[in-house]
Design a protein around this ligand. Structure first.
Ligand code: ADP
Ligand code: MG
Length: 618
């Protein structure tokens, strides 16, 4: 095997990094190489079947798609062969010399350099073709692209470069030969490989055949897997392990999923869906433009990965398969976007996923895992999917003043159930952080009155707050918005109100370019002042996003509330010195800005005012 310089190629730097990491850190789970190679062979068969819809001649000369495995104990060799789509020279370079899947690239860039930590990470990751080098010191790939007339031979020892030569295959498909390391000879044993195929590849819809030798030296062929599409089998014939293994196949995630939902839908539109909730985020969860979604099959023929149209965007974390009976085999992404059948399937699948989450919510621990990973994505559903807003609202979980920790674990139904004042709304506050929320002046009065307040701290929460206005007939009330209690008609101590209404008016005229009004507060207990928004006002993040998108958003119309029981406000009311009155009014405003987590325009002036007040008091 001599390679001349001109057919020697260097791996992309990331590939080298991945190979190094894999060879040195996956030794405890070596067997997964077989899963990866069989899954690639199955994908190649799926792709061929798909291309053959348009070009039947591709399939004609060799119509029975299959994967075969031949073991050679003497030479310590495994050969995995498929008659799928195959690759030509360019495709081999692209697919086996670089890293195509963006998730893998992002995964690599997230590595810490700490081998132990990185090894734990990569163990959870769908590692793909390069995993062959975990067990092989030399790998050969002989591939023949369907419809073309020559083969290409790719060879590498996984050490930084590979060679390309003319291949041997005369028919379409790929032959992968692994020359095993001495320590990995176990993988040429028939029983070992048979066990692995059963374990990892039973759900693969093409037959996986083990080629062996009979007692008299004759060739034996034994199909090891069930080789029927898993989702088409009946639920009672599928074990949890098989469901989990199929999840790994469709998701490239080797952690177990949190839940699955397997359904056969009959009627006007017929389809089968097998959908999973992963237990952790993918790297591209926040990239809304990224193609993602479930695998689409039509009558068992693979059509595409990442069929986004089959589920709404806010369920983009769901993985799995949808196999539709009533779509044409030649559907394109464009057709999917506006197809009536797809709409029906999307609506049905959305209900199934929400139902699955509802079931999952009965297990607090699992649901907490789900919520931590995908809660913020699910919240988008309240905004995007009005039809299911109620069902989604039931799935939401919040942090709350009733709990000590920061974890989001309170359901709206739990809030309502333990509410003491049944006529009160559901109170919530959007804050920059939990610490700021808990100490916010806005909720001092509510807490003093024994109300529970839900605390929302994620960027999406302002949107959520604007859309989630009631839950099962009960209104939700933003604690930072104008309180009806503050309104002028509220009964209370008239004399006090009278006096402070006058003070408020004086402050309002001083601060007229900063706030739209100044009012006497009924919500404040410890703080001297706070800023509130008019009912229905959008949050700052939302406004900024709208402005960024070119919308004309009117400036903030904040209202300053002052606490008539606070010593500072009482002193202010009795100040004769006009300058000092003006200075203290500004200070009340600035304190309210700071308490809301805002930044002051002129912090040094604020400090000067505070210092002056301290010294005046001293
Ligand atoms: P993934 O399967 O996630 O795309 P892999 O590293 O497993 O990543 O494989 C990389 C690519 O190599 C595949 O996407 C495919 O295009 C190509 N490939 C691998 N094995 C085969 C095969 N047996 N037949 C045809 N193409 C293959
Ligand atoms: Mg693969």
């Amino acid at each position: 095997m001599s390679a001349s310089a001109e057919n020697t190629h260097a791996f992309q730097a990331e590939v080298k990094q991945l190979l190094h990491l894999m060879i040195h850190s996956l030794y405890s789970n070596k067997e997964i190489f077989l899963r990866e190679l069989i899954s690639n062979a199955a994908d190649a068969c799926d792709k061929l079947r798909f291309e053959a819809i348009r070009s039947p001649e591709l399939l004609a000369d060799d119509p029975d798609l299959a994967i075969s495995i031949t073991l050679d104990a003497e030479k310590r060799r495994i050969v995995i062969e498929d008659n799928g789509i195959g690759m030509n020279r360019e495709e081999v370079i692209e697919n086996l010399g670089t890293i195509a899947r963006s998730g893998t690239r992002e995964f690599l860039s997230s590595l810490s350099g700490d081998e132990k930590k990185d090894a734990a990470l990569i163990g959870q990751f769908g590692v793909g073709f390069y995993s062959a080098f975990i067990v092989a010191e030399q790998v050969e790939v002989d591939s023949h692209r369907a419809g073309e007339d020559s083969a290409v031979l790719w060879r590498s020892a996984g050490d930084g470069e590979y060679t390309l030569d003319a291949g041997q295959r005369t028919q379409r498909g790929t032959t992968i030969t692994l020359h095993l390391r001495e320590d990995d000879a176990e993988f040429v044993q028939d029983y070992r490989v048979r066990g692995l195929v059963k374990k990892y590849s039973d759900h693969i819809s093409v037959p996986v055949k083990l080629i062996g030798e009979g007692e008299n030296g004759e060739v034996t062929v034994d199909t090891v897997n069930q080789s029927s599409a898993l989702w088409r089998r009946s639920k009672s014939d599928i074990t949890q392990e098989q469901y989990d293994e199929f999840y790994t196949y469709v998701s490239h995630d080797s952690d177990k999923p949190l839940a699955h939902s397997h359904n056969r839908v009959e009627g006007k539109t017929e389809y089968t869906s097998l959908l999973y909730v992963p237990s952790r985020r993918t790297f591209d969860l926040w990239d809304r433009d990224k193609a993602r979604g479930v695998k689409l099959f039509v009558k068992r023929v693979f059509i595409m990965d990442d069929a986004q149209a089959m589920l709404p965007n806010y369920l983009r974390f769901v993985r799995g398969v949808i196999d539709a009976d009533d779509l044409p085999l030649n559907v394109s992404r464009e057709i999917l976007q506006s197809d009536r059948t797809v709409e029906t399937i999307r609506a049905g699948s959305t209900k199934k996923v929400l139902g699955m989450l509802n079931m999952l919510a009965e297990d607090n621990e699992k649901y907490a895992t789900f919520w931590a990973a995908f809660g913020a994505v699910l919240k988008e559903g309240v905004i995007e999917d009005h039809g299911n807003a109620e069902a989604i609202a039931r799935l939401l979980r919040f942090s709350s003043t009733a709990n000590d920790g920061d974890e989001q674990s309170v359901a709206l139904s739990a809030y309502v159930e333990r509410q003491k004042d049944k006529d009160a709304p559901i109170y919530f506050l959007v804050a920059d952080s939990m610490a700021a929320g808990r100490r916010s002046p806005h909720i001092e009065g509510l807490l003093a009155d024994g109300h529970e307040v839900l605390l929302l701290t994620e960027p999406v929460d302002e949107w959520l707050a604007a859309h989630l206005t009631e839950f099962e007939g009960k209104p939700l009330k933003n604690a930072a918005h104008v309180d009806s209690k503050t309104a002028e008609n509220e009964d209370g101590d008239d004399a006090v109100d009278e006096q402070y209404r006058d003070v408020s008016a004086r402050i309002a005229s001083l601060l007229k370019d900063k706030v739209s009004d100044v009012r006497v507060s009924k919500r404040l207990v410890n703080s001297a002042s706070c800023l509130v928004s008019p009912e229905g006002e959008l949050g700052e993040h939302v406004k900024q996003m709208l402005r960024d998108a070119g919308h004309d958003v009117p400036p903030e119309q904040k209202i300053l509330e002052i606490n008539p029981t606070h010593p500072l406000v009482i002193r202010l009311a009795n100040l004769d010195d006009k300058d000092r009155f003006s200075s203290w009014s500004l200070m009340l405003y600035e304190q309210a800005v700071l308490a809301a987590g805002g930044a002051l325009e002129t912090p040094t002036e604020f400090l000067a005012r505070v210092n002056e007040a301290i010294l005046a008091g001293a």
